[in-house]
Each structure stands twice: as C-alpha cells, then as structure tokens.
Design a protein around this ligand. Structure first.
Ligand code: WT7
Length: 648
C-alpha cells in the first residue's frame, strides 16, 4: 500500500467536487455520455446551440471524431467578451517579466478585448481570413495571448512554435501547414539572455514561400533586419487599428489550433484541435482539477509553445473568467527563488509546474523557498512525466507546507486536457500515481502483445482509451491516414496513448513511461528518430541511434550512439560540433547529453537496430541484456559496453 494524502476537511468543504460527487458524475459521464456532455457543453456560450453531442468512432480506417457538431461559437468571445459585463475591470492576465526589476502588468478583460481586437484587425488587414493558418513564434509576452485570441476571433488557425526551436524546425512547420503569416518578436529575454527570434524567423522564411508575411512585435527594441513589403511592425499597426473587432462565428468542429509534436517516426505531426469540444474540456478541467474559484490567481509555469500553455494559461482559465499568470522568465533567474518570489508577489493560489523544474530547484536547497511567503498557495499541480517520490515530498513539504493537495495530471498534446488526475477534494493524492480518470475518460490497460484487455483491478500493460472525450485531437493536419495509423492501428477500437501503465489494487493508475521511441526530456517530448535524422545529416556521420537514459534533473537524457564515416577521426572537437549541429537543426532541447562513438551498432541479421540493447547499455544496466544471439555481429555489444558513457 502506498501512502495517500487526502485534502484537509476545510479544503474538501470548499471544493467543487467531493468524493461522492466524483463518483456520481464519473458514473453519469460513462453510462450516459450524451446526457452528461449535453449538460456540461453549456458551460460555454454558443452562438447557435448544439443539438448533437457525441459522434465518434475509433474504428481503424474510419476514425471520425465530432463533438457538438451542429453548434457554432467563437472561442475568443468565450474567453473575453462574455466576461466584460461581469468582470471587465478584473485582471485577466498578470504578466511577470523576465527581469524582476521591470514592472509586472495586470491586463483586465476589457484591455484584453481591446488588444485582441486591435491585433485581429491588423491580421484582417493583411488578408488573414477564417481557416487561414498563422504561425506564432513568440516569447512569453502578452502579445502571445493576444495573437492566439486574435486568430480565434477571426476563425484563423494558430500554430505556435516554441521559441526554443531552430529556424529549420520553424520553416518545416510554416510549410507543413502552409501558413500565410508568422507572428514573432525582435528578441526574447529569458534568464537575462536574449534569443534572436526575428533573426531566426528571417532564416526560416528563406525556406518558405515569399508570400508569407512576418508580423513583428517590437518587444525589447533590439535591432533587427527589416524586409520591406514582408515585415510588419505589429505594435505600430495595432495602435492605428480599430479597438473593436467583431468575432466570427465558427463551427464546433472548425480547427482552433495546430500544435506540432514528436512521435516515434518521421517528422513532427500537426495535432489538430477544434473549437467547441476543446474549449469545454479545457475549461472544465481547469476549474475542477485545480479547484479554481472566482478571484483565485492561477499560475501554470509552462510556455505557450506547449499544449500545457494553450489549455492552462490561455483557453481553460480565460474561458472561466480566471486570473491567469504568464511568466516570461525561468525558475533560476535571477536566483533559484524566482518561482516562490513570484508566488508571493502575486499571491498565487494554484501553482502548476513540471517535475523537472522541481528537481532542479530541489538541488539548490530549501533556503530559496523559505525566503518567500507562500501562504497564498492552496493547491499544487504536476505535469509532464511521472513525479518521483523525492520530488513529490520536497514539493509537498517545502512548497505546499504539507497543507496543499497535489494533483499529478497525466495528459498529452493529443488529449487537449487532463485525462488521469486526482480531483483535489475527491481523490487523495498518492505520490507517483496520477490516480483516477477525469469525467468521460475510459482508460483500459491492454496486454502489449495480445491486445487483451486486463480486467482485474490490479493490472499492467499499455494505456488505451476506449471512448472519445471532447478535448481529443481530431486529426493530423493534412494527413488523416497518419492520425489513424499512429493512434488507432495497434490496438483496434482504442485510442493508444503510447504509454505504459499499471493499475494498483485501489484502481489508481501509475504511468510508467513511453513504450515507443519517444523520450521525455525535461517534460518535453522528443522523437529519437528526429535526433537521429539530424545527426546523420552531418557530413561526418554515417549512422546514429538515439535512446533515452535516466537523468537526475531532466528525467531522461539524450544518449546518441554515432558511427562516423570511414575516414573521420573521433575527436572531442567533433563531439561538441555534433551537439551544436543538433541544436541548430532542431533546437537546444534536442541537444544530446552523451555521444558515444560506435564503430558498429547491434543489428539483427535483417539490419534492424536492436534498441533494447542500446537502451540497457545507456542505462548502465548491461547485466540483463537478454538474448543477443540473433545479432548479426554480437561482438559489437562488448565494444559498446566497454566504452559506455554513463557510468553510475
Ligand atoms: C507524454 C505527453 C500535456 C502534458 C505535457 C506533456 C508524459 C505527461 C504525465 C504525468 C506521467 C506524464 C506521458 C505522455 N506525461 N504527464 N502526469 N505522469 N507521465 O505533453 O509533450 O504531449 O507529452 O508526457 O508519457 O504520453 P506531451
């Protein structure tokens, strides 16, 4: 039995959902999904109310997912306009800049309406229409929120590219979704340093159609190049634009955004989320999972470049009329107390971050936490990877002071919102377990080999979802076949998460990590195939195999086995060069932590690389390599073990 941590009686008394309510609502959501979501679909404003609720099939070959399909709405109006009468002067967004000495900003719902409208009008003037794609490559600044909501306002589809991605990665995404415009900024301050976003965008646009416009937020005022006729000074045009823009009516199933994410094969795929179901799901999970109450200050530390930022900085909180905090900086600048300083400064009530950040701060000692008044905190959240017991305990004791429930939220870019998570007033936390499914979510554990459903309470296997939920992705942009192939082909009739999972005797779920060739580096998802193709694109590299290995802070580190071209000398110089190369090709988050020179890779006689063996060696756990007799040349394994880079 693992320890469980129920919320205090006071917390439960005030919570939206207690244990009895969870049971009742969960059961209703499963036995009568149409009735349940017909009711909860009303939490947002519809222009034309829906009459149909759920219409989804997971049948391989015919996968088709629709929610509220005959309803119409506008997402921006739901996140802004409908709050104007009741809370126009209330803060919508608290913006905390990178530099702690620079002033924070409080943006009211009224101001959000004006700025979003101005930006929407600028987009319209430059020919952006309903259905057009706009790529956002921005720092964590209010303009990022305005840009998302401005696109939504006119029915355009945004696709945010994390500002840490390289020009190449940016160009690939602009081209894949055939964006008409890119919105970027001059430079992005983070941790006291600056990333040259505009200059990266310039490089990217070199590889794109010359029709793509570049709207530039002059944020720092740093000098940039300027291409007349293509580059647009966004703030200047916003100042001159009309302060009101009417919103466009869109269908529930019209796309709201595309977000590229890594898979086990090929290039990142454009995950498509649509308008109605996504918004209902993001808003409902934000309210219930974080037990958000009117007037609370909610802080999700993610970047808007990831889905967590979409659902829990922007869409969920704003649809609920919440106060959401947006932070431009990093947890360790100017010192390791910055998160806690910001919590104290803005009296944050719910704080949501990733285990990798907790582990990094844990290593700096508790004095950084103790310096700041954290009495405003009511709840803590975790996301991105399983949280290890040391990090959980540290978070609970030092940040939550033992009185804040912790919600460990399992979900994915594809799921739009939380899937398996405690509801703080209803389900006691169990360190390391994401605990129970959210309303409408039907998890099943399947045997990875036979695809048999594990019916016992205690079970282990791969995690699949049996029924659609409103926040689910609808397709891969431009490639529905790939959508079906990736998520619905391996386990017929199910959505396959790609994660391994255990269910304990209490029916609580424990995510055990990816079972495919996707690794989780600091809570960021990376396809090993992507890193490999970046490496082999280097002239010195003949072949590369990439695996994850346990890393104290990042969760998983990137371990690359590299076979060099015949005449190339393996030097320290070249190793550094390869790291730099991958950073340039993909971005800093893909930098290999360890590169091992591999004269040969373990392959089957048919030439397939045996990653299982490479993973074991990278884990420094080569005692149990399993059967190596099917290898074409078993001797390469000894060589790799002798020269392994990770020695615990
Ligand atoms: C993968 C999804 C949407 C969250 C941010 C990452 C892992 C995510 C947890 C958790 C254990 C988790 C899974 C999942 N993951 N949250 N609470 N416990 N694992 O989104 O980049 O789409 O990655 O992150 O492996 O499949 P993502």
């Amino acid at each position: 039995m693992s320890n469980t941590y129920p919320a205090s009686d006071e917390f439960v008394a005030d919570a939206h959902i207690d244990a009895a309510k969870y049971e009742e609502m969960y059961s209703a959501s499963i036995t009568d999904p149409d009735g349940f979501w017909r009711e909860h679909g009303k939490r947002i404003d519809w222009i034309k109310p829906f009459t149909k609720v759920k219409n989804a099939t997971f049948d391989f070959g015919n996968v088709d997912i629709k929610w509220f399909e005959d309803g119409t709405l506008n997402v921006s109006a739901n996140c802004i306009d409908r709050h104007i009468v009741t809370r126009g002067e209330q803060t919508a967004i608290i913006w905390e800049p990178d530099d702690p000495k620079a002033p924070a900003r409080h943006i009211t719902y009224r101001e959000l309406l004006e700025q979003t409208s101005r930006m929407a009008n600028v987009l319209k003037e430059h020919g952006i229409r309903k259905g057009d794609r706009v790529v956002l490559y921005l720092p964590m600044i209010p303009e990022a929120a305005y840009a998302m909501l401005a696109c939504a306002r006119i029915g355009a589809v945004h696709s945010i590219v994390f500002a840490g991605f390289s020009p190449d990665a940016l160009a690939n995404r602009i081209n894949d979704c055939q964006a008409k415009a890119v919105i970027t900024a001059d430079t992005a301050p983070r941790g006291g340093r600056r990333t040259a976003l505009k200059s990266n965008a310039d490089k990217a646009l070199f590889d794109c159609s010359d029709k793509v416009k570049c709207l530039v937020v002059k944020h720092t005022g740093d000098q940039t190049t300027w291409v007349d006729g293509r580059d647009i000074d966004l703030k200047a045009e916003m100042a001159a634009a009309s302060p009101y823009c009417p919103y466009t009516e869109v269908g529930a199933e019209d796309p709201l955004f595309i977000l590229y994410t890594s898979g086990s094969t090929g290039r990142p795929k454009g995950v498509v989320h649509t308008s109605g179901g996504y918004l209902v799901y993001a808003a409902m999970t934000q309210q219930y999972v974080f037990d958000y109450h009117d007037g609370d200050v909610f802080w999700c530390t993610a970047d808007v470049g990831w889905v967590t930022g979409h659902s829990y900085i922007i869409y969920g909180p704003l649809a609920n009329g919440a106060i959401t905090l947006m932070f431009e900086g990093v947890p360790t600048y100017p010192d390791a107390g910055r998160f806690w300083e910001v919590c104290a400064k803005h009296k944050v009530n719910q704080f949501y971050t990733a285990p990798t950040a907790i582990r990094a701060l844990m290593g700096q000692g508790t004095e950084w936490v103790e310096k700041h008044d954290l009495s405003s905190l009511k709840l803590l959240g975790s996301v991105g990877e399983p949280i290890n017991p040391e990090a959980w305990n540290w978070y609970n004791e030092n940040v939550g002071k033992g009185r804040c429930p912790i919600v460990d939220t399992f979900w994915q870019t594809e799921t739009g919102g939380h899937m398996i998570t405690a509801l703080p007033g209803a389900i006691p936390a169990k360190p390391g377990s994401a605990t129970k499914p959210f309303f409408g979510v039907v998890p099943e554990i399947l045997d990875p080999a036979t695809a048999e459903v594990q019916t016992g309470t205690a079970a282990e296997g791969v995690l699949c979802i049996k029924e659609s939920w409103p926040g689910q992705m609808r397709t891969v942009w431009g490639d529905h076949e790939r959508f079906m192939e990736t998520y619905f082909s391996q386990y017929k009739g199910y959505y396959f998460t790609g994660d391994g999972c255990r269910r304990d005797e209490d029916g609580d779920y424990w995510i055990t990590g990816r079972v495919d060739d996707v690794i989780n580096v600091s809570g960021h998802r990376m396809g090993t195939a992507e890193v490999e193709s970046a490496l082999v694109a280097h002239e010195a590299v003949a072949e590369a195999a990439v695996v994850g290995y346990p890393h104290d802070i990042k969760g998983q580190g990137i371990y690359a086995y590299v076979t060099l071209m015949n005449n190339v000398e393996p030097t320290e110089e070249l190793r550094k060069d390869l790291v730099k190369w991958v950073r340039q090709e993909i971005g800093p988050i893909a930098s290999p932590d360890l590169i091992q020179w591999a004269p040969g890779l373990p392959k089957t006689r048919s030439g397939k690389i045996m990653r299982r063996i490479l993973r074991k060696i990278a884990e420094d756990d080569f005692g149990a390599l399993g059967d190596t007799s099917t290898l074409a040349d078993p001797s390469v394994v000894d060589e790799l073990i002798d020269n392994r880079m990770n020695r615990a």
